[in-house]
Structures are given as structure tokens and as C-alpha cells.
Design a protein around this ligand. Sequence first.
Ligand code: IMP
Length: 202
Amino acid sequence: MRFTFKHIMKKKLVFVTNNSNKLEEVHALLGNNVQLLSLKDIYCQEDIPETAETLEDNALLKARYVKKNYNLDCFADDTGLEVKALDNAPGVYSARYAGESKDPKINRQKLLRNLEKEKDRSAQFRTVIALIIGEKEYLFEGIVKGEIIREEKGTGGFGYDSIFVPEGYDQTFAELGTEIKNTISHRAMAVNKLKQFLNENE
Ligand code: IMP
């Protein structure tokens, strides 16, 4: 293999997040081919408002903010839990399903209450990643299907993990632990698509 400038210089990409867990998870998935920068690394202290009505538009909104203000290639993600019997709610509003306090426990309780009488408890986590390289925008999607159980199980994870059992498993994400979750999760699927794209196009 001939080594060119491209092989020596790692591609710099900003991951538009302030969440250090996410940053670590995505860094592990992307590997060392990319130099991943966080918002902190570029001295961006803005809490970029996620005001759009779809996961795609929210991810684009965050990525476009960094592109416009810092002129750096970047990607942003947005995730929602889509519950079939609730017309795909809470979806893009997953973080603030029960109000602006964004309390995950109260969100879970509200969801369990709203599903009390439903037989169909199927749901999916969906992650969308928006990537901007130069002037071009790309979207990648990751989905994990499963169902919402009737009461919380497990202490690991975050958000809706303790009430979501992924297809093919009989434990919640909170019980399965991060190692298994990170290999099958919606975010992992989307990041793997991003990784494949970067490997093929850079
Ligand atoms: P975000 O777009 O990653 O910030 O996710 C929005 C909301 O979706 C979070 O506040 C959580 O309520 C929920 N969520 C996202 N990813 C997960 C996950 O992997 N497990 C459980 N809940 C999640």
C-alpha cells in the first residue's frame, strides 16, 4: 500500500454533542480512522435548540449550526422511541415526553400509563445521523425493534432502557448492559452506516 497524505492525516469530524457517554460510545464504534472532536473541543458552549418536528430535521439543525458557525465537517444525531399503538409517539419528543423537566423516570411512567390498555406493545428506537462534509449533507438511520414491557426491569442504561426489550432477547436494554446494547442498538447501527460511508468515501 502506498501511503499518501490522506493516510497520514486523519479526517477531523465534530460530533455535535455535549454528552460524554455518547462521545465515548461513538468513538469506540468509529475507531481510529477519524479524529473525533466534541463541542467542548471546539469551544462551543451553545445548547443548540432541537426545535424541529422530525428526527431528521433535528439532526440536520444541529449539524448545520456547527457547519455555519465553525465551518467544520461534522455530524449530529437524534433518537426517538416510536411506539406503534401511540402513533409513533413519543418519537422526536422522547426526551420531554412528560414535560420540559426531561425526567426519564416520569417519561417512562407516562409511557407505561398510556400503554396500560394496549395489547400491541411493539416499539422501535430510531436514530438518525446527519453528516455534513464540505457542502454536502447525508443521512444515516439505525433502527432496533422490540417491545415495551409492563414494568421497569434492570438498573443499567438510561432513558427508556428499563422498559424496552429488543427483538430476539428476553431482557431489557437496562438488563443487557452496555456491551451487548452497543452491538445491537439503533445508535450502533446508524454509526456503523456512517463508518462504512466514511471508509468508502474518504
Ligand atoms: P437523544 O436524541 O440521543 O438525545 O435522545 C432523545 C431521547 O430519547 C433521550 O432523552 C432518551 O429519553 C431517549 N433515548 C435515546 N437513546 C436511547 C437509548 O439508547 N435508550 C433509551 N432511551 C434513549
